[in-house]
Design a protein around this ligand. Sequence first.
Ligand code: PHE
Length: 351
Amino acid sequence: MFEELLRQWDGEEVVVRHDRETGTWIFVCVHSTALGPAMGGTRMKQYGSPAEALEDGLRLAGGMTRKLAIAGLPCGGGKAVLAVPEPLDGHARRALLERYGDLIQALGGTYVTGPDVNTGETDMDAIGSRTSHVFCRSAENGGSGDPSIHTALGTFHGIRAALRHVHGDDEMTGRKVLVQGTGSVGAKLTRLLLDAGAVVLVTDVDEERARATGAETVSADGALELECDVYAPCALGATLTAESIPKLRCRIVAGAANNQLATPEDGERLRAAGILYAPDFVINAGGALHGIGLEQLGWDTAELDRRVEGIGDTLTRIFEAAEAEGITTDEAAERLAAERLRAAGTTMQLH
Ligand code: PHE
C-alpha cells in the first residue's frame, strides 16, 4: 500500500516516523519546493490505517503547492499528518509535538509547518519550542496566532465572488447558505454570513457546537439535500461524490474544507449539474496568507486584508476562464497553478 501510494505520487519526498511512545505515525509530505520551502499545516487525526493517513497527507500536500502558487506566494507545498491511535492531550500531546518539532528541525527548513485540522496555537508553541520552522505560534511566543478568521474571511469573499458570477451581484441579504462543519473556520464563517444578512443553516456531528453558532441547525443526514443558494463544506472529507452530487439542490459550492472533491470527475459532475464550484485550494488560502504573510513576508494587517480579499478576484478569474474554455473550475485552477510554476522557471508538471 505505501509503495503504491508513493510510486504514484508526483511530489518530492515523504519523511516517515513511527513515534513509539504514543503509537503515532508521522508523515511529513513535501510535495514541491519549486517556488520555495514547502509550507503547509500539521493535521492530527485518528485514521483507519497508516496508509490512509499517508494518502491524506500526500493529497493535502499537493493541494498546498497549488494553493500557494495561485496565491502568488514564494513557497512550495507540503503537509504533515500525525496519525494518532487515540485523541491525545496534556503531557503526552506536548511531548509528541516536541519530538515532531525535532523532526522538522532536522529537515533544515525544507518544510515549514502551521496549524491544520485539530492543531492550534498551543500546539504550534510546543513545536516551536524545538524549531523555528513553524507558523502561527501564539503572540507571546512570537507568532501570528490563530489564522482561522482569515480562512473564514477568504471563504466569505469567495462566496461573494461566486454569487456575483451567478447572479450579477453579491447581495447576501436573504441568500441561504448551508455551512457544514462548525469548527474554528466554519463557526467564524457562519458569523460573517449572519452579520451580512444571509440565512444560515448549520450542521455538525457535534450538535452542541453547531447550536453555539446561533444559526439554525439542521441534522447531518439529509442536510446536503436541502435547497439553498450556497453549500459551504467546512468539515472533513470529500463530500462531493458521485452519490452526493445528484442530490444537491444548491447553485454554488464554496467552502473552506480541503479535498472537497472525491475525484477530479466530481468537478465535471458539478459542472454538468450547473453548480458553480469554488476550488477548495483557492478559496481557503486565507489561513496560509495569514501565517506566511505576517510572519515571513512582513505584511501588515492592511496588506493581509487586501490579499485575503483578493481571493475573491482570483476566483472570478477562474470562473471566467472555466466558462470561456468549457472546462471545470477545478481544471481552470489547476492550469493557473501550473502556469505560475512554469513562470517561475520550473518544469514541474502537476497531475
Ligand atoms: N492549514 C491551513 C491550510 O490548509 C493553513 C496554513 C498553512 C496555516 C500554512 C499556516 C501555514 O492552508
